[in-house]
Design a protein around this ligand. Structure first.
Ligand code: HDD
Length: 738
């Protein structure tokens, strides 16, 4: 034995390697936020995997490779000398770059842009008499993950485009995962899923230049919907305020199709699912939506995440309309299997069955919101499908798409998709298999693995398909005659709206068709409008400078449904945003009072000042500035209060030009824009002190609806809250008075 235990290498540099220098000092890693954890990691086989309970990609203090090798350097490639070529042997370099090269997965073919949140669903138990679904029994709480989305745009497109919104909910129930994959509009463009590629090809950007992005205002969309008039009902909803929601939090959701609930005895009831937001149903106005697309393309995504982070958890009540499961599956003349039709609430009231609260943001966008995989065929005992031909094709499409999008058939093993019920399938192997399945007999029947797993009957909680009789029929490619009426429901929708909302619909059609180059397309769509409503057709034709055609179809009238209008109700004000323009001339005590009063009501007050920092100095009692004249835009606020002169930044800082009752005071052009936009978009505007002069200088009429002036904050703020409850000062829109 040599004396030295270390191997001696001739010519090797002597001494210790240089110490690793870090630009930051090591500290404890941040613990996961308990309310932001993903669903419990349950192994796909139901047995413990040895994986950490909660999915955190990183752990420990030191950087490693994917194999766990600790690294001393990740900033320099291994080179033949400082100026030499890079060596192929650098495994860390190759692993890092290769992984990066494959970081993107295909985006969803539709609904590519979305935002997600975790939450809980608490059942009221009111549906327990018509369904055996365990998660709908009284007081049961079920974890959920929700993904809201636009339909047409790419993953990086803007949020506030005119479009349908997806509203998908994954219920991680004890009996398996149930997905309710709905939209914010209760009707769909097509009656048979075989046409889905057609509507999507028509609505997506033109294949030659790939424009326009995330828009329906182009020739191919209107070409399709005017030729294919069953799409008119959905299109009408898109052209209404529903196409531009104020927030994901203020959208209704709909399961669209008729589903079937099944009770313990096997008795069935047909139902349509509705999500009713506790925050109210509110929309943007078109100009706002367009401005936001430039100012803050992430507006809806940010709004949802901010609200949840602030603890203002959005809530929706889940409700159902119920219909007897008759042989013809018709209700009041409406074919319940036709997904282009909805049932007015006046004919079948929506009965609440539970409450969903979204209370945690995803920890990692890609892992959760991007990789979540919904499927209308993910059912639980007690909920079954119907023969709606759109739903039937969806039952094929979603599983298929996940295989290409998520790279193989094992996507249910991705943490966000893992059921929270025990899984004991006999699916094996495949791309991205992460389970280590033991045993030798993944087949049934077997005698080698103890005969397991065994089948369960309905009494043991298994899903049993409703034994629905299928009429003796001829195999054919055909719709029932009841699917032929394409115009009575868009007419019913249009006629149920208030004049202001109707005017928005007219403007939307005029805008969209005005963006079409092809005159025959515009003319054909006008013909569809003539069959829906002559006044709508005439107004749009006027805007386009085209003659209004005569109706060609004899369309039955239906009773209007006032429930479809978003106006005339009052809603909670919590979660709304109010901008307070303040500067050197402001009475800081009043600004402080206003902020407190708004905050107490759950409203988010944001102080807008000429420059950032603190109003009134850094000392105690200074008021933090959240927006400057440069970063504020009216579209962020539901109401604006002017508590300072709004004078140009330099003057305002010192409180010059800022005396109350001095209407000649000059106004910063950005404050003029803020106020004139807020005014044009019918938002509540309040002012006191020198703020009144600011409002005057912005040429806002004294007696305009929704403009509140007072001497003090106490006089103004409560009235602003009242106006917010109605969402907008609707009287300000010309149609309200015409
Ligand atoms: Fe769909 C996604 C909603 C008809 C095929 N759809 C998708 C999403 C929603 C809807 C909300 C996004 C899910 C998510 O957030 O990941 N789709 C609907 C509704 C429909 C509808 C309410 C009619 C009532 N869809 C429909 C048809 C087909 C598809 C008829 C095919 C024949 N939908 C898909 C898809 C997507 C999808 C291609 C794209 C990404 C995905 O499934 O997971 O399979």
């Amino acid at each position: 034995m040599p004396e030295e235990s270390a191997i001696n290498i001739p010519g090797a540099p002597a001494g210790e390697p240089p110490a690793v220098v870090e630009p930051t000092t090591p500290r404890e890693t941040l613990p996961p936020k308990p309310d932001q954890q993903g669903p419990e990691a349950v192994s796909p086989t139901g047995s413990p995997t040895g994986a950490p309970e909660h999915s955190r990609a990183q752990s420990g203090q030191y950087l490693t490779t994917a194999q766990g090798l600790r690294l001393a350097d990740t900033d320099h490639s291994l080179k033949a000398g400082p100026r030499g070529p890079i060596l192929l042997q650098d495994h860390h370099l190759r692993e890092k770059i290769t992984h990066f090269d494959h970081e993107r997965i295909p985006e969803r073919v539709v609904h590519a842009r979305g935002a997600g949140a975790h939450g809980v669903f608490r059942s009221y138990g009111t549906a327990a008499n018509i369904t055996r679904a365990g998660f709908l029994a009284k007081d049961v709480e079920t974890p959920v993950f929700v993904r809201f989305s636009t339909v047409l745009g790419s993953r990086g497109s803007a949020d506030t485009v005119r479009d349908t919104r997806g509203f998908s909910t994954k219920f991680y129930t004890d009996e398996g995962t149930y997905d309710l994959v709905g939209n914010n509009i209760p009707v769909f463009f097509i009656q048979d899923g075989i046409k889905f590629p057609d509507i999507v090809h028509a609505a997506k950007p033109h294949p030659d230049r790939e424009i326009p992005q995330a828009q329906s205002a182009h020739d191919t969309f209107w070409d399709f919907v005017s030729l294919h008039t069953e799409a008119q009902a959905h299109t009408m909803w898109n052209m209404s305020d529903r196409g531009i929601p104020r927030s994901y939090r203020t959208m209704e959701g709909f399961g669209v199709h008729t589903f079937r609930l099944v009770d313990a005895e096997g008795a069935t009831t047909l139902v349509k699912f509705h999500w009713k937001p506790k925050q109210g149903v509110h929309s943007l106005v078109w100009e706002e939506a367009q401005i936001i697309n430039g100012m803050d393309p992430d507006f809806h995504r940010r709004d949802l995440a901010d609200a949840i982070e602030a603890g203002a958890y959005p809530e929706w009540e889940l409700g159902i309309q119920t219909f007897p499961d008759t042989e013809d599956q018709m209700f009041e003349g409406i074919d319940l299997l036709d997904p282009t039709k909805f049932v007015p609430e006046e004919l079948a009231p929506v009965q609440a069955i539970g409450l969903m609260t979204l209370n945690a943001n995803p920890v990692n966008y890609f892992a959760e919101t991007e990789q979540v995989a919904f499927h209308p065929g993910h059912l639980v005992p007690g909920i079954d499908v119907t023969n709606d031909p759109l739903l039937q094709v969806r039952l094929f499409s979603y599983l298929d798409t996940q295989i290409s999008r998520l790279g193989g058939p094992n996507f249910a093993q991705i943490p966000i998709n893992r059921p929270q019920a025990p899984v004991n399938d006999m699916l094996r192997d495949g791309m991205h298999q992460t389970a280590v399945h033991s045993g030798v007999a993944p087949y049934r029947p077997n005698s080698l693995d103890g005969g397991c797993p065994f089948k369960a009957g309905a009494d043991l909680g298994s899903f049993v398909d409703v034994p629905e009789a299928v009429a003796e029929a001829i195999k054919q490619r055909k719709n029932p005659a009841s699917f032929d009426d394409h115009f009575s429901q868009p007419r019913l929708f249009f006629r149920s709206l208030t004049p202001v909302e109707q005017d928005h619909v007219i403007q939307a059609y005029t805008f969209e068709l005005g963006k079409c180059y092809e005159k025959p397309v515009r003319e054909r769509q006008l013909l569809a409008l003539a069959n829906i409503d002559a006044s709508l057709c005439a107004a749009v034709a006027r805007g386009l400078g085209l003659p209004a055609p005569e109706a060609t179809e004899d369309v039955p009238d239906a009773q209007p449904s006032p429930a479809l209008s978003q106006l005339g109700k009052t809603w909670p004000v919590a979660g709304r945003v109010v901008g307070i323009v303040a500067d050197g001339s402001s009475d800081l005590e009043a600004v402080r009072d206003a902020r407190k009063a708004l905050d107490d009501a759950g409203i988010v007050p944001l102080v807008i000042a000429p420059a950032g920092g603190t109003l009134g100095g850094e000392s105690d009692g200074g008021i933090p500035v959240q927006r400057t004249y440069l970063t504020a835009r009216s579209t962020e606020f539901d109401a604006v209060i002017v508590a300072g002169s709004g004078a140009p930044a330099d003057d305002a800082e010192q409180g010059l030009d800022a005396k109350a009752g001095d209407p000649g005071a000059s106004l910063d052009p950005r404050v003029v824009l803020l106020l004139s936009e807020a005014f044009r978009h019918a938002k509540a505007i309040g002012a006191w002190g020198s703020g009144s002069a600011g409002v005057d200088a912005a040429s806002i009429p004294d007696d305009a609806a929704g403009v509140v002036r007072g001497d003090t904050a106490e006089q103004v703020v409560p009235q602003i809250q009242e106006l917010l409850a109605a969402h907008r000062a609707w009287e300000r829109f010309p149609a309200a008075t015409s």
